[in-house]
Design a protein around this ligand. Structure first.
Ligand SMILES: *Cc1c(COP(=O)(O)O)cnc(C)c1O
Length: 424
């Protein structure tokens, strides 16, 4: 069937061999999905989810029972006091920006103890000068790089924390960096350390791409705010838009005041008919996330067999759905994305080209043939056009599609003479 779809026999044969190596890891992934599915179902049962909760609301959206139930379900899934989950949160950056602006005041300082934050946050914080940034509001920023071996630099963090440090932002996933992603336990260790330095520091975790990959979340280890996007893992591929903030009640309330208006907070915000897909997406999220992690594992094994460096490496523990491969040339990066695009259910006939995306410093190439525009829980690949030409890819709503996409990417490299096959 893969050769019928145009892939070369050599790549298909390699893929079949590689898949056998993955079985042990696949079993572990499926076990985690089972536990997370039970966590989600338990939260829905506890909150007596019912058909009436799917009713659309319009206008102000006062007394929206479905919306309130969705937020209670999220709070229970993340084991937090409260959650804000809205289609009006337009993307992950918006959710993170809302939480940052809500938590600090002029004169405060934000600390990133894990090195550079996600590219789009550079403009939110004002690391790159930008209109409306936190810097313009008199909020300063400091960052502490990770140590050479990728671990936290506790000494440097201790000297960076000062009386103005109001919030620490910890990014769980590597983003566009060649570092490792952190597990909830590792994040918990860092949170304990930060709180020992300054007990009232607010710890916010950028949980994008991390949800449901492990049995726990950063909120189980003391994160005050856990933030993410619904067109990534927790939307399960069904949510059409939205983001979430889960955490301490007082801080989530501040986020609601920031998202809507002081005084209004979480009381307004029509659900616009999005609730059923938001609930159902959350219901699917554990198994959809597992499909994405399986895809990443398959890709790591395949690309290592082809001689590339992968992050995480085959067999390494995973804490997010992102896989990166150092392709070492712009031609390979473009071919990889072309292969992913060709295997997509939507827009399979287009060829991705690099462009200057808003919020990113270098031109970025992206492959995404998705049902929800730009959704990266669906199989998608992207990378900034800068050495070492790492491609970052994630997603796969189903494993069969993920596997096909990865085979197709390898085939695109092979067809262009950009890769040598290992001896079988
Ligand atoms: C995707 C992502 C973001 C930003 O989310 P958008 O929805 O693209 O705005 C922030 N941080 C991390 C780690 C991400 O993966």
């Amino acid at each position: 069937m893969y050769t019928d779809a145009g892939l070369s026999e050599e790549i298909v044969a390699l893929g079949e061999r590689i898949e056998k190596e993955c079985q042990e890891e696949f079993r572990r992934i499926d076990r985690i999905a089972e536990k997370n599915a039970m966590k989600v179902i338990a939260a829905m049962r506890k909150n007596r989810l019912q058909e009436a909760h799917f009713q659309p609301s319009s206008g102000y959206g006062y007394n929206d029972l479905g919306r309130e139930t969705l937020e209670k379900v999220y709070a229970d899934v993340f084991h937090t006091e409260a959650a804000l989950v809205r289609p009006q949160i337009t993307c992950g950056t918006h959710a993170l920006s809302t939480a940052l602006f809500a938590s600090v005041r002029p004169g405060d300082e934000i600390l990133s103890p894990v090195g550079k934050p996600y590219d789009t946050l550079e403009e939110v914080i004002g690391i790159r000068p930008s209109k409306g940034s936190l810097a313009e509001w008199g909020v300063t920023y400091r960052e502490v790089a990770l140590k050479e071996d990728g671990s936290f630099d506790y000494d440097a963090i201790a000297s960076a924390v000062n009386p103005r440090t109001r919030l620490a932002e910890i990014q769980r996933s590597k983003g566009y960096l060649a570092r490792k992603s952190f597990s909830p336990e590792e994040i918990g260790e860092l949170i304990r350390f930060l709180k020992s330095l300054k007990s009232d520091i607010i710890v916010m975790v950028d949980n994008c791409y991390g949800e449901f990959v492990c049995e726990t979340e950063p909120s189980d280890f003391g994160a005050d705010l856990t933030v993410g996007s619904l067109i990534k893992n927790p939307g399960g591929g069904l949510a059409e838009s939205g983001g979430y903030v889960a955490g301490r009640k007082d801080l989530v309330e501040e986020c609601a005041f920031r998202l809507t208006a002081p005084g209004l907070g979480a009381e307004v915000g029509a659900n616009l008919g999005q609730l059923k897909t938001m609930f159902q997406g959350l219901f699917f999220a554990p198994t959809v996330t597992a499909a994405a992690v399986r895809t990443a594992v398959f890709a790591a094994h395949l690309y290592e067999a082809l001689g590339f460096r992968t992050f995480p490496a085959a067999g390494e523990e995973r804490t997010d759905i992102v896989e990166a491969v150092s392709l070492e040339s712009p031609e390979r990066l473009k071919a990889f994305c072309k292969g992913i695009q060709q295997a997509s259910p939507v827009d399979s006939f287009v060829t991705p080209e690099p462009w200057d995306m808003p919020g990113y410093e270098d031109p970025v190439i992206m492959a995404a043939g998705t049902f929800v525009s730009g959704a990266s829980i669906e199989l998608s690949a992207d990378g900034p056009l800068r050495p070492p030409y790492n491609v970052y890819f994630q997603g796969g709503l189903t494993y069969p599609h993920g596997k096909y996409g990865i085979l197709s990417s390898a085939d695109a490299l092979y067809a262009a003479g950009l890769v040598k096959l290992p001896l079988l």
